[in-house]
Design a protein around this ligand. Sequence first.
Ligand code: PEP
Ligand code: MG
Length: 563
Amino acid sequence: MKILQGINVSDGVAINKLVFFRSKDIDIKKELSSDSEKELERFEDARKQLKNWLLVYGKQVCDLEMSAVEEMAYTQEFARAVQPVQDEDAEAIIQAYGRLLEDMEYISAIHYAIRNEGVVAEYAVWETSRKIAAMFEEMADAGIRESGKDILALSRHLIEILRDEKEVAEEETEGILTAQELSPAETIHLDFTKIDAFVTENGSVNSHSAILARKLGVPAVTGIPMKELVEYRERNATVIVDGFCGLLIIEPTKEKIAEYEEMKQRIEEHALELEKYKERKNETLDGTQIQLYANIESLKDMDAVLEYDADGVGLFRTEYLYMEGETYPSEEIQFQAYKAAAQALRGRKLIIRTMDIGADKQVAYMDLGEEENPAMGLRGIRVSLREKEIFKVQLRAILRASLYGEIGVMFPMITSMEEVCEIKQILAGLKKEMDAEAIAYKEPAVGVMIETPAAAMIADELAEEVDFISIGTNDLAQYVLATDRQNTKVCKYYNPKHKAVLRMISYVVEQGSKHNCPVSICGELARDTKMTEELLRMGVKSLSVATSAILPVRERICNIRLS
Ligand code: PEP
Ligand code: MG
């Protein structure tokens, strides 16, 4: 038995085998080698292996010819290492890859990087491919742009061979999912019926993937070095994920398994006890009414919102609509989504947050460019005010959907009154446009998120200007404490319960009440039942939490006496 201490991200216990996640994003660090000849050989060997595999795969899916010798090079592992393609596209893709693997310019550029820059083969392949793809990306011809993508895909396969990675494809994952890192875009595409827990090397308590894990009630631990797990995955070892203490217990003894089975049993029993809170009001023992809303990422969450009888949706993270597809969701698609959510809520509030894209929530087709400090860079409202046409599409959809329920629109990452004025001008312009086009709409309530110290410090002015405020403690803590919420290395500094954060919350609540502007908390702090009493004592009357936290928070509210 071996115990690895990581960081607890999402509570719960899972006992199963490890499976590795094949990340779509590849992280290749620049590494030098003193033996360029060996690196050239490694590259040539990988190229040959991939060529052989293509021939075999080609024969399988579209009857391409291959020789008996080449057939011998085929292994099951290769079949798994290359992502499956649609049969009808297979021939074209295989031929494109085949041509690239023989393309002298491509090969020479990689040879050049290995020989003249002294880098390892993986880096030479990745850098060369990235540069060519970036060049192609600038071309007007759609076919050339596509070949850029082929080059990147091909280089991924070459790197997998070079790294001897046998990661399983997403659709094959079943068990405890382990990954270097999981981006929110990757997380939403996973099949959660097959995943018992997440274990990652990079990540942190309030990264967006961690928030998703908690919403789904999937235990998760981060800060576990992946290289420590390789041999155990190969041995098909049983492991325990203890999401409460952030532990990964490898090859546990029988006694350990029994101990954790018992813990699982207790968790299930508590979940059953919580069921009775489905029927209860959000009311403290002395009769104070609290609003308890849900945070959602997609319409799929609506069933749970209704089942747990939330007072509505306090945060609809609409950026996930943008991450799901290959291109921007149209006005119509967004309108249908917001309308469906509003109708399902039958008069309960629906707070739609405009797209909070940027930092870790990247949308592949929206190229925001590389940034040194993404969390401090183009994010949230800054992206919307830069990409106004895209922003307007979303606002039009929200204005139209407002006819179908109690909708509020909320803006993320606000730092100044000027931003609020600019947003209001855009809204006014859109209303004029829609009037001229005779498009029906209703004005939604307008709110802002307080996620930056700047916004917190001007809460008095904001409260005068908007209809409601919601405090995003995840980002507020990040910016108050100068601690990247994504960075495992500084996670000990990330503390949303820090006095400085709590004082800011208290100030915002006070200003909200002074200026008659309702204030809610929608960051992860709101789901922490150890904090519920303190927040209510500050005067907080409204909380918005992931659906999995509604019953635990309600249970806590019902057991607090404020006076
Ligand atoms: C927050 O920052 O607290 C918040 C709710 O927004 P997100 O977690 O989506 O950044
Ligand atoms: Mg935020």
